[in-house]
Write a protein that binds this ligand. Structure first.
Ligand code: IMP
Length: 440
């Protein structure tokens, strides 16, 4: 879909967001959309995210580099809203380069992005260890929260410092402060000597990638180029709109794309929300439709629901329309991409949570208070399932009626049409709906 712009065709600027607790299969949808995209932009989060990309017969788990790096015509930006671990990024770049894919001139790191340094990781892991059961967030221990903490405290170090001769001195000053903080928590500060050498090498390798990416992107917009903003995590992990405090530390919702990249709101054309056909989450916190039974176990095994970053088994449950409506509203979702429909094959009936019941009250929106949300019981509708594989389906009309009715119900409950459907892991197992929406 393109539009006329200053007398010539211009490509779309799209924000792609996770509509649940992350791991919705965004990487695959990004891959499908990438044909028409000149730039892929990460705008929040850090190496806590992970998506698996298959390229040249090998599997890569990218944590910081946008997956667009494997398409030579695409340029990639790590925006100012991302927190960047220079050691992790350096390693990822080396792995990508080892496949013969060039990075220089194609990957740009915002000069305003904050750095995640080894003392942030130490603090993240140590704090989780010290918290009592029930208080732990279950973080990925990648130092994400402490890096955003330093950003808000105005004690962070930004990527522009990688190019400065006194970079290590700046790090030393902050490390000393953080060592005090760690000791006060009864934690052992990790000696700087153990990581100063790899950090120096990483800084040298990353400095040429540092750029004023907000200017690059706005110039690209002026030329009519296509941009895909790749959200990490999901709406329910957003620091404002997720199940606080069991969230990540950034704005994973669509609004984050603007503040995390320097592209103004009115330059965004559309928002695509990615929804898994059921629900999963990793880490702690409320999850009203969680299935701690055989069905949950089956979803985990059939859907291969193990974390790409930490390998942790994901908690699994039925589709939650309260969460999906919340995501549609907060992100302004124009179209859904529904993933992993095939995983529901053979389950009968299939349940959809349409509201919560809490302390005798019917609840239709996501509560702000996580303790209250933890007491919410799902109100379910039951829908008939279907037998047989749908993995070969390439047109919605080939789906069993029961699968179509299930999808149609998701559209009704959220008020958003489906634009893409994924029925299997391969790239070819993605079905576009043109025009969008399930016709019955
Ligand atoms: P943090 O982002 O490492 O601080 O972790 C905070 C919460 O977000 C934890 O529940 C993590 O499991 C969760 N989380 C962070 N990144 C991801 C992701 O990419 N997918 C799913 N959950 C995530």
């Amino acid at each position: 879909m393109n539009e006329l712009h200053l007398g010539r065709v211009r490509k779309l600027r799209t924000v792609l967001v996770g509509a649940q607790w992350g791991d919705e299969g965004k990487g695959k949808i990004i891959d499908v959309l990438s044909d028409d995209v000149d730039w892929v932009v990460r705008y929040q989060g850090g190496a806590n995210a992970g998506h698996t990309v298959e390229f040249g017969g090998r599997r890569f788990v990218l944590h910081l580099i946008p997956s667009g790096i494997f398409r030579l015509s695409t340029r990639c930006v790590i925006g100012n809203g991302v927190v960047v671990d220079p050691l992790a990024l350096h390693q990822e770049i080396q792995e990508v380069q080892a496949t013969g894919i060039p990075v220089q001139g194609r990957l740009f790191l915002s000069d305003r992005a904050h750095l995640v340094l080894p003392y942030h990781r130490a603090f993240d892991a140590g704090r989780e260890r010290m918290l009592a059961e029930g208080e732990r967030i279950g973080t990925t221990q990648r130092g994400i929260g402490p890096a955003y903490m330093d950003k808000a405290m105005r004690t962070g170090i930004r990527a522009c410092a990688l190019c400065q001769p006194d970079f290590l001195e700046q790090v030393r000053v902050r490390w000393e402060e953080s060592a005090d903080r760690l000791r006060r928590f009864g934690l052992d500060p990790v000696g700087m000597d153990s990581w100063v050498e790899p950090l120096t090498q990483a800084a040298r390798a990353l400095a040429p990638l540092v750029a004023d990416t907000a200017t690059l992107l706005n110039d690209a917009i002026a030329r009519g180029e296509g941009i895909l903003f790749e959200g990490a995590q999901g709406t329910m992990l957003d620091v404002d709109f997720g199940s606080y405090p069991f969230v990540t530390s950034s704005n994973a919702t669509a609004g984050g794309a603007c503040v995390g990249s320097g592209v103004p709101p009115h330059r965004i054309d559309r928002v695509i929300g990615v929804l898994k056909a059921y629900t999963t989450r990793v880490g702690e916190g409320p999850f009203p439709t969680e299935l701690v039974n055989d069905i949950g176990q089956r979803l985990r095994e059939v859907g291969r629901e193990y974390g790409a970053t930490t390998g942790r088994p994901r908690r699994c449950g039925w589709f939650d329309a309260v969460v999906a409506r919340h995501a549609a509203r907060i992100n302004g979702v124009d179209l859904w991409a529904v993933t992993k429909l095939d995983v529901l094959e053979g389950l009968d009936p299939i349940r959809i949570c349409v509201a919560y019941e809490c302390d005798g009250e019917r609840v239709h929106t996501v509560p702000a208070d996580s303790r209250w949300m933890a007491r919410c019981r799902p109100v379910y509708e039951e829908w008939p399932g279907w037998r047989g594989s749908i993995r070969e389906v390439r047109n919605v009309s080939e789906l069993p009626n029961a699968a179509r009715r299930y999808l149609r119900r998701i559209e009704e409950l959220t008020g958003v049409p489906i634009g893409w459907l994924s029925v299997g892991p391969g790239r070819e197992a993605t079905v576009p709906l043109d025009p969008p929406g399930i016709g019955l």
